[in-house]
Design a protein around this ligand. Structure first.
Ligand SMILES: Cc1ncc(C[n+]2csc(CCOP(=O)(O)OP(=O)(O)O)c2C)c(N)n1
Length: 334
């Protein structure tokens, strides 16, 4: 039922200055990611997509809420579960699907594939496959922008398992010591491949790991796009105005396997169903309807538009050429 907007009864985002248009675009981004990824799974099954393919389904609010809080001149690093964040940053469904298909029209010219989306023009610095390998690069970019006297911020998504890597700790230490404008967003989806975090990590709260470096830190509900946006706005403000880094633990969940070849024997169907009850897209749709930001008809229209967008992306990817043979020797060091 639609709620009347009164001064005493306000949506929980009332203090964030989010226009209806922005709220709708955040919702649309999450829905596009979900439909894009569902279709990617189908195309993988048909053999159109090869190699690794890690889906983001369930985690959409984390990427969208964080990226919606950025400026165009900010930078993003992420791990291999990168399709959703690329779409949230405005990389087109066509170019993203073409990359998955290994085609030259893809975001990385078809030579990166699922784990290595990249677009410098959007400050999207990849798509990295080595667990814990990219946080030092993100700190490097933050160092560079500070050195250049710019007020850009760099954000770095990583999985919770990466925080067991020594290099991540070296990076946290230096980020705090050097006051770098970087935000480490650890997407705690509960599992590193088939290993539950409780079996691999000492301690209760992941964000405690940043305590040793006295870094600004905390946890956020990563299944909630508004909570994510709110916490990111605070962290971005600190980074932009005071060069203070933040370690944010986004508590989320992935519905699908670690990658396409995961039998999923390490968790129960019941557990997955419990999380689906808190689905970030469905819960946000309900709220937007309640507050009259969207109507049922608008939601249906959006669903149709996205269906077409994803279908056109697949057709584009399918019809695009493979990278030419001469590219084999380009962009290699030796
Ligand atoms: C240094 C390194 N060790 C092991 C692997 C193999 N590996 C790939 S993904 C993964 C699990 C990482 O889990 P997490 O960081 O929590 O990210 P999630 O998959 O949950 O998004 C592992 C161990 C790797 N890619 N790099």
């Amino acid at each position: 039922m639609k709620k009347e907007k009164t001064t005493t009864d306000q949506p929980r985002w009332a203090d964030l200055g989010l226009s209806d248009q922005k709220l709708i675009s955040m919702y649309r981004d999450m829905l596009l990611i979900r439909r894009f990824e569902e279709r990617s799974a189908q195309e993988y099954g048909k053999g159109k997509i090869g190699g690794f393919c890690h889906l983001y389904i369930g985690q959409e609010a984390t990427g969208v809420g964080a990226i919606a809080a950025l400026r165009d001149d900010d930078f993003i690093y992420t791990a291999y579960r990168d399709h959703g964040q690329a779409l949230a940053r405005g990389m087109s469904a066509k170019e993203c699907m073409a990359e998955l298909f290994g085609k030259v029209t893809g975001v990385s010219k078809g030579i990166g594939g699922s784990m290595h989306f990249y677009d410098l023009s959007k400050g999207f610095m990849g798509g990295w496959g080595i667990v814990g390998g990219h946080p030092p690069l993100a700190a490097g970019t933050a160092f560079a922008t500070k050195y250049q006297g710019r007020d850009s911020v760099t954000i770095c998504f990583m999985g919770e398992a990466s925080t067991n890597q020594g290099v991540v700790h070296e990076t946290l230490n230096m980020a705090e010591l050097w006051r770098l404008p970087v935000i480490f967003i650890t997407e705690n989806n509960g599992y590193g491949m088939g290993t539950a975090i409780s079996r691999a990590m000492a301690g209760e709260n992941l964000y405690d790991k940043a305590a040793g470096y006295l870094m600004n830190r905390g946890a956020v509900n990563g299944m909630d796009v508004i909570d994510m946006y709110r916490e990111m706005k605070k962290a971005i403000h600190l980074a932009r105005t005071e060069f203070r880094p933040t370690f944010l633990e986004a508590r989320t969940y992935r519905y699908r396997g670690h990658s396409m070849s995961d039998p999923g024997q390490y968790r129960t169907k019941e557990e997955i169903e419990e999380y689906k009850k808190k689905d970030p897209i469905e819960t946000f749709a309900k709220e937007l309807l309640q507050w009259g930001v969207l109507t049922e008809a608008a939601l249906e229209r959006m669903e149709e538009e996205i269906k077409t967008e994803v279908q056109e992306a697949v057709e584009f990817a399918d019809a695009s050429p493979q990278p030419p043979l001469e590219m084999l020797h380009q962009n290699v060091y030796a």
